[in-house]
Design a protein around this ligand. Structure first.
Ligand code: MN3
Length: 197
């Protein structure tokens, strides 16, 4: 069964001025679509069992199959990590867990920013649940927390295609705006509560 590109959970222009419509259309309609198309080609070619779930394929594969399957998952997750009018601070349980495990919300911001800005080349910055504790991690290319036994709660795509159309080479500004204006803390909190805390 072929995989399909899920629609963005908001209009492509809804995150303006923080991410332009052009930026979002390119990222979703071209890049995310390409990963879906590639994964479906591997299924057609018999290199992947198309009856498996995306998660099963990610956990069982490596090389090009893993790269494309993981990027399908990463992008769908990433779109949901943002919303128009996002940013601000997490509420209640999640805010307490951030204080407990990372020291303070400010410390979280600093760690997440450092991870996102210092990731050399393409990759992702994440807030994850690892062994029952919140942790900030970064991954290269398509790599993702589930491959390391961690549960993803929040991510920021730091591949150049994610921010170049809006921010050119200024990745730190993109990361700052992501945290200040885009993060969908409701989605992060729902991931946290689903993970059983
Ligand atoms: Mn991307």
């Amino acid at each position: 069964m072929p995989f399909e590109l899920p629609p963005l959970p908001y209009d492509a222009g809804a995150l303006e001025p923080y991410l332009t419509r052009e930026n979002m259309e390119l990222h979703h309609d071209k890049h995310h679509q390409a990963y879906v198309t590639n994964l479906n080609k591997f299924i057609e070619q018999g290199k992947v069992d198309g009856t498996k779930s995306l998660e099963e394929i990610i956990l069982a594969s490596d090389g090009p199959v893993f790269n494309n399957a993981a990027q399908v998952w990463n992008h769908t997750f990433f779109w949901n990590c943002m919303k128009p009018g996002g940013g601000g601070q997490p509420l209640k349980d999640l805010a307490q867990a951030i204080e407990r495990d990372l020291g303070s919300f400010e410390r979280f911001r600093q760690e997440f920013t450092d991870a996102a800005v210092s990731q050399f080349g393409s990759g992702w910055a994440w807030l994850v649940l690892a062994g029952g504790k919140l942790q900030v991690v970064k991954t290269s290319n398509a790599d993702l927390p589930m491959k390391h036994g961690q549960v993803a709660l929040l991510t920021c795509d730091v591949w150049e295609h994610a921010y170049y159309p809006t921010y050119k080479n200024v990745r730190p500004k993109y990361v700052e705006v992501f945290l200040n204006n885009l993060v969908n803390w409701g989605f992060v909190a729902s991931n946290f509560s689903k993970a059983g805390k």
